[in-house]
Design a protein around this ligand. Structure first.
Ligand code: DQA
Length: 143
């Protein structure tokens, strides 16, 4: 059983980008920490793209290959009906993760199209949010 951990624009710079907001850990650290919390019999792929269409293509691929999706859509969270539509074609659990507490930030970050589909939403736990989301997918799918 496979989990896709999808990351949107600018998250390739995680660790270097605005560390006061997003911290010093990188996506490699996220992947290592998520692997450490995977339940028996699960595997994961952590993917990142700055391109909306690539994220949509991975969600379509997940329809065949993944039992759950963890997604940090970056700024597409607040703009992308297309990513919402793609997630609505996926049958398994979807966990939305934001490293920062988006509700404490600019008002344009307070609305998420993705939350209309997400089974759970995590914001402000730093990169630990990805681990919590990965655990939650394992417990929903494994139950
Ligand atoms: C983010 C929050 C978004 O508002 C922002 O555009 C990001 C990262 C987060 O992880 O806190 O790129 O999703």
């Amino acid at each position: 059983r496979h989990i896709y951990i999808l990351n949107g624009p600018n998250l390739n710079l995680l660790g270097k980008r605005q560390p006061d907001i997003y911290g010093h850990d990188t996506l490699e650290d996220v992947e290592r920490n998520c692997r450490a919390v995977l339940a028996e019999g699960f595997d994961l792929s952590l993917l990142q793209s700055n391109w909306e269409g690539q994220i949509i293509d991975w969600i379509h691929e997940a329809r065949e290959k993944a039992c759950g999706i963890v997604i940090n859509p970056g700024a597409f969270t607040h703009t992308s009906v297309a990513i919402l539509d793609a997630l609505n074609t996926f049958e398994g659990p979807v966990m939305e993760v934001h490293i920062s507490n988006v509700h404490q930030r600019e008002s344009f970050r307070h609305h998420s199209y993705i939350s209309l589909r997400a089974n759970g939403v995590i914001a402000g736990l730093g990169i630990e949010g990805y681990e919590a989301a990965t655990r939650r997918i394992c417990s929903i799918v494994g139950a």
